[in-house]
Ligand binder design. Structure first.
Ligand code: NAP
Length: 254
């Protein structure tokens, strides 16, 4: 995606993967400074552990408490979180967000980004998580930022269908048993169902939602939008989303 974007704007950037282990993390960031690497995308499990190694945090990343993007501003390493941007932009492809209700499943790093993004977009958020305590803690964190989020355990889903359901758990991934977690009673043509999991791209939840006539948004859309925001932070110019989307579709075989 990133390389396709650089080609589209004629930028001479390269985007390459680095395999970093936890003890190497400080060295990796020192290397970023020393080598003048402009940006780094940060994936699990380093989204939290990089924070103390950075010089500055963008306010969105600070609120979410996780960093997935580092920009090297003349030797100053600044941490950003583009997952929130990605979640809101992906869901807004299928739904006008303001004033709508959304049921968010999960209370991990991605759910945290999504919850703050949906609150910012003026959605009414209900949060459920397998570990109910973590859902309540996230709701409390949102409350401290001036938002209202209700929270319950997974076994205590609202009876009334929301306007949107967004899965931010890993449960729909193949290696976690590809569970749906959402009862059939909540799936109907009136609801938009988004699954942020992109391995597989067509999750069991999305298949059941489509069968019920719901509009669906797959995890590739959030992946694209969060990468587009990273691209803008790295290059300072608008992301060529069409070229990036074409590369993503090719990689995903869609
Ligand atoms: P995380 O911090 O490890 O959180 C995992 C969440 O999933 C927790 O809420 C956990 O519940 C829940 N969970 C895991 N297995 C479950 C199961 N069998 N049943 C019910 N709940 C289960 O992970 P994360 O960083 O938030 O990422 C979550 C998923 O989002 C991953 O698949 C990741 O690839 C995807 N993601 C996608 C994008 C994108 O751009 N599309 C961006 C970021 C992440 P407990 O709290 O009870 O353990």
């Amino acid at each position: 995606m990133h390389r396709a974007g650089y080609d589209a704007i004629g930028a001479s950037f390269a985007y390459v993967p680095f395999a970093v282990t936890e003890p190497d993390l400080p060295g990796a960031l020192a290397g970023m400074r020393a080598l003048g690497i402009r940006g780094l995308g940060v994936s699990m499990p380093f989204k939290l552990s990089v924070i103390p190694l950075l010089d500055r945090l963008d306010p969105v990343a600070r609120r979410i408490g996780a960093v997935n993007t580092i920009v090297n501003e003349d030797g100053l390493l600044v941490g950003y979180n583009t997952d929130a941007w990605g979640a809101a932009h992906a869901l807004s492809e299928a739904l006008e967000l303001a004033g709508k209700s959304v049921l968010v499943l999960g209370a991990g790093g991605a759910a945290r980004a999504a919850v703050f993004a949906f609150c910012e977009a003026k959605m009414r958020v209900h949060l459920v998580n397998r570990t109910a305590q973590k859902a309540r803690e996230l709701a409390r964190a949102a409350e401290l930022e001036g938002f209202t989020v209700t929270a319950t355990g997974l076994g205590d889903l609202p009876a009334e269908a929301p306007d949107a359901i967004v899965n931010c758990t890993s449960a729909t991934m193949d290696e976690y048993g590809a569970e749906s977690l959402v009862p059939a009673s909540l799936l109907s043509p009136r609801v938009v169902v988004m699954d942020i999991v992109y391995k597989p791209i067509q999750t069991r939840l999305l298949a059941l939602a489509e069968q019920a006539g719901a509009r669906t948004v797959h995890g590739g859309r959030m992946l694209l939008h969060q990468a587009g925001r990273q691209f803008e932070l790295y290059t300072g110019v608008p992301a060529p989303l069409e070229a990036m989307d074409a590369a993503l579709r090719q990689a995903m075989g869609r």
